[in-house]
Design a protein around this ligand. Sequence first.
Ligand code: HEM
Length: 401
Amino acid sequence: MPFAPGETTAQQRDAFADFDHNDPAVSAEQFRARHDEMRETCPVAHSSQYGGFDVLTRYDDVRAVLSAPALFSSADGVFIPPSGFPRVAAMEFDDPKHTMWRRLMGPPLTIRAVREFEPTILEIIDSLIDSFVADGSADLVRDIAEPLPSLVVGRVVGLGHDESLAGRDIASRVFAAIGSAEFTERLDRFQEFVDEQLDERRRHPKDDFLTQIASGAVDGVPINSAGAASLMVSYIVGGHHSTGSGIAGLLRDVLTDDLVRQAVTSDPAALSRAVDESLRLNTPLQYFARSVVEDTAVGGESIGKGGRVLVDLAAANRDPRQFEHPERFDLGRRRNPHVAFGAGAHVCLGQHLARAEMRLVVGRLLERLPDLRLVGDAPEAVVAGKLVTTRALPVEFTPGS
Ligand code: HEM
């Protein structure tokens, strides 16, 4: 049910004037409590931080914004404050360029392409498990959730093991330097890395996506070297922390709840449902921004042209108006239309790949290490910037081969 007009008083809106979604001192639990409070008391809240923006927390309002890209533009950047990074491919473009980017980036990430790629994902998962299986202990964040997404996305485009990790390291250093003097130099280094890979494919073409990019066009859509670097940043960085967080969240959910563990061990359909239920409850990437193109109203409140709006995906995913018993990890949900991957025109291009990684990694770990158990207390989720994640998952198991 969308918010009824006039329900929010000026006093309620002002109660969140100090709201800063980047505040590093706020824990994941405090974040959740604040989402709930905002959604229930002031679903169109106003923050005066970063030049001012409205925060939307109800499911219907969040979906309404994400489904109207002509009215809510992504072209001014989808982060508050702006990342300072060159515009991220696909994500920070409006049409017609947005559609062009999706056509360029989409082919290796379709459901069909991902299904065909599953044996390769399993091979990568097995090689990671092989590296610690004889030890009888591991940290599933350090040893699986963190390296797997970069290795997988690297292979998707055609990079080998070492190049995938090198690409991730260079891209991570660029992101770590945002706002500092080293930023341009590090970005140039990433461009060089991509150019080296493209040159290599021009000299020695292969049957891979990088070779297609190196040819200057994908499915008839032209792409130059700067475009290729932007695309690679989006793949490597976009798919890295988010998927790592998704994997860690699902592993934590499965290893801390015996009923969930039993269900996913015996029933592949339950495992697929657990992937989405975990994404709904953990929502790895919480916030995305838009700019208002024309005066409009959302949730019964007027929002003026030029205003900035922040959609809170985590709050929407726990909205009781949409999800019965939203706090419950419920494998019985017949539909799970969560917005952890966004919605509308900009819905995540990597969602099928991310789901496949999450499903396959949990399935394989439980199959190969049936007595896998967490050591110590259930680890807390933490907020790192806009990302909800788990820092470590120490486990023990009977050493295998
Ligand atoms: C669990 C893992 C992931 C989560 C939670 C996630 C989340 C999201 C969300 C919420 C958006 C929408 C942003 C917006 O509306 O402004 C998005 C877009 C996008 N994601 Fe993901 N993502 C994940 C994995 C991946 C992977 C593995 C890749 C690539 C290999 C990827 C590539 C992209 C791209 C290119 C877009 C932009 C799409 C567009 O603007 O049309 N993501 N993602």
